[in-house]
Design a protein around this ligand. Structure first.
Ligand SMILES: Cc1cc2nc3c(=O)[nH]c(=O)nc-3n(C[C@H](O)[C@H](O)[C@H](O)COP(=O)(O)OP(=O)(O)OC[C@H]3O[C@@H](n4cnc5c(N)ncnc54)[C@H](O)[C@@H]3O)c2cc1C
Length: 558
């Protein structure tokens, strides 16, 4: 925690030196004493303190300074630190000005120069001011601050990125928080260049991408080695499990994740059916624990970093990253899961991030406190979201295409939903339009069975409408089914009653192995897999056993 600051400003160098010396001697162990010889240079320093989130306890300022008087300086500085105590240093002849200033900037005191001896004429007054300040001072939140508009999709993206990467931050809404205004003033960033991300050292980025924030925070996006035993692509449950088993077994393992560890499960507010957690656990906690476990076993994690291609070079499997760099390994496990399916509904794309969210971050729940939330989808993910958001919202309404929940949702969740008073379910229904100028305000819902359309006010629309694999980057390398899922193991042989085309090993593909020896596919991305956390974790750990077999055979790629 940084020491609170006492600022002293005086254009007379002798006086400035003397005040600084006296203040340091008496308060230096508890406060940082800063000095400036003009209002302008002091203001520049004050702005820096604001950006670094360091508190100012007291301004002790000369009234009669050329260019900017003490009162003028205080008027500006107090906009950034309104709670700081303020005292004017005045000569006898300026007493009237000091008294006027009591009203103008509500100064707490004025001190007559010279104040010698300080024990009698300075410290007593400053002690009182600092005691008062301490009594109402709330220590500042340390860490990253994000300043922006509540409905800004870019701000939403940054907050989601920070949250999912386990990076604590403070959100400041420019329309509501005074501190947000102060940071915008200090950084001199135009409102049109928000969001502003302010780092603990006082530096900041305006309108950054997640990659720029990651870079600034020194998140690892480049591999340390050119070659690994095992490369794992994707850090959902399957990838995290593969990495933990690989690392635990002593394999040099690199895990590469496009967004943030946790995958789809990381979006789950409460996973209740994962073995060993009778009261459930959030996907965020599962991911956080798994990342700690992987790191403990020496796994290197690159995030955010996207894999853009894979190729075979003799016994090596080479991965191309989206920044153009390459990294090689003896085996690759692909666990890239599935990505949400985009809906084609008028108004929806325009308001995405402004009240409309695909797989909404849980942190958004507070933003919609007492609001009316609509959820599209009837599967477990939608049900979990309904349960979670119902704790904050006035009313949650699930809009479900089918005529019951039982076909798509686990029974435990259906029961919970049925007994939660502020959750309603509209069956046989679709959202056909989203309306709002700057954010979601209204929805048009169509009931296909009744042949009716209704317009309803809505604070938010959360979408859990299924997901699709994104495997274009594997085209021409590994075999995929008609939907884009990766085919593995015996399915490859059964399809054409022979080993896959181009297969080089002198054996059939291992279970979970793709049409390229040494490249495995596990979890949701694998054709025919069970789309569950436990099965993804199980497959991730199993695949490492086959990697061992390959490595024991010296590569065994034929
Ligand atoms: C909201 C929600 C709630 C759920 N609740 C439950 C539940 O309660 N119980 C249950 O059993 N299951 C639940 N599921 C399903 C479960 O989360 C998934 O089956 C599981 O996450 C699949 O794990 P995975 O590792 O195979 O894939 P994913 O979880 O999809 O992870 C894939 C990862 O790969 C990354 N990636 C993708 N492409 C690339 C690339 N090119 N380069 C680098 N990284 C890439 C993605 O960013 C992602 O992090 C839920 C799903 C959702 C969405």
């Amino acid at each position: 925690m940084p020491k609170p600051v006492i600022w002293t400003v005086d254009d007379d160098p002798d006086v400035l030196r003397a005040v600084e010396r006296d203040l340091r001697r008496h308060y230096g162990d508890r406060y940082r004493v800063m000095a400036a010889d003009s209002g302008a240079s002091a203001l520049a320093g004050v702005e820096q303190l604001k950006l670094r989130n360091e508190p100012v306890a007291l301004f002790l300022v000369d009234q009669r300074m050329p260019r900017m008087s003490g009162v003028e300086f205080l008027e500006k500085a107090l906009k950034l630190f309104p709670d700081a105590k303020r005292a004017l240093l005045t000569a006898y002849a300026d007493t009237d000005a000091a008294i006027r200033a009591i009203n103008q900037v509500s100064i707490d005191h004025y001190l007559m120069k010279p104040w010698d001896p300080p024990e009698e004429r300075l410290y007593g007054i400053v002690d009182d001011l600092l005691d008062d300040w301490q009594a109402s001072y709330h220590p500042v939140v340390e860490g990253i601050r994000v300043v922006g508009h509540r409905w800004s999709p870019t701000a939403m993206e940054i907050r989601d990125f920070l949250g999912r990467n386990f990076l604590p931050y403070q959100w400041l809404d420019v329309e509501k928080d005074e501190a947000a205004d102060q940071l915008v003033t200090s950084s001199k960033v135009e409102c049109s260049s928000l969001p502003l991300v302010v780092f603990p050292d006082g530096s900041f980025l305006s309108k950054p991408t997640p990659a720029m924030v990651a870079d600034k925070l020194g998140l690892r996006t480049r591999a340390e080695q050119p070659f690994y035993d095992l490369l794992v692509v994707g850090a959902g449950p399957a990838g995290l499990a593969a990495a933990v088993y690989g690392g635990a077994d002593g394999l040099r393992t690199l895990l590469i994740e496009r967004e943030a560890p946790g995958g789809q499960a990381g979006r789950s507010s409460r996973i209740e059916n994962y073995l060993g957690f009778p009261t459930g656990l959030s996907g965020f906690d599962l991911a956080r624990r798994a990342v700690a476990q992987a790191r403990r076993f020496g796994v290197e994690i690159l995030a955010p970093q996207e894999v853009a291609g894979v190729k075979v070079e003799g016994p090596s499997r080479v991965i191309r990253l989206s920044d153009g760099s390459e990294v090689a390994g003896r085996a690759v496990i692909i666990t890239t899961g599935i990505a949400f399916r985009r809906l084609e509904v008028p108004g929806l794309d325009r308001l995405q991030g402004a009240g409309v969210h695909y797989y909404a971050p849980m942190s958004e729940a507070f933003s919609y406190r007492d609001g009316d939330i609509y959820i599209i989808g009837g599967a477990n993910s939608a049900g979990q979201a309904a349960m979670y958001f119902s704790r904050f919202a006035r009313q949650v309404t699930m809009v479900v295409r089918g005529d019951s929940l039982s076909a798509t949702m686990s029974q435990y969740l259906e029961t919970q939903i049925g007994t939660t008073p502020n959750i309603a379910v509209r069956l046989n229904s679709n959202v056909v339009e989203v309306r709002g100028s700057a954010h979601c305000e209204e929805l048009v819902i169509e009931n296909g069975k009744a042949g009716e359309r209704q317009t309803v006010p809505a604070s938010a629309l959360l979408i859990y409408a299924g997901a699709v694999p994104r495997t274009e980057w594997l085209a021409g390398v590994v075999e995929r089914d008609s939907l884009g899922y990766i085919i593995s193991g015996q399915h490859l042989v059964q399809r054409e009653h022979r080993r896959p085309r181009g297969w080089t090993a002198d054996r059939d593909p291992f279970y979970l192995e793709t049409s390229v020896p040494g490249i495995f596919a596990v979890g949701d991305i694998r054709s025919g897999s069970v789309k569950r956390v436990a099965s993804a974790v199980g497959e991730g750990s199993m695949a490492v056993q086959f990697v061992h077999k390959i490595l024991a055979g010296g590569g065994a790629y034929g």
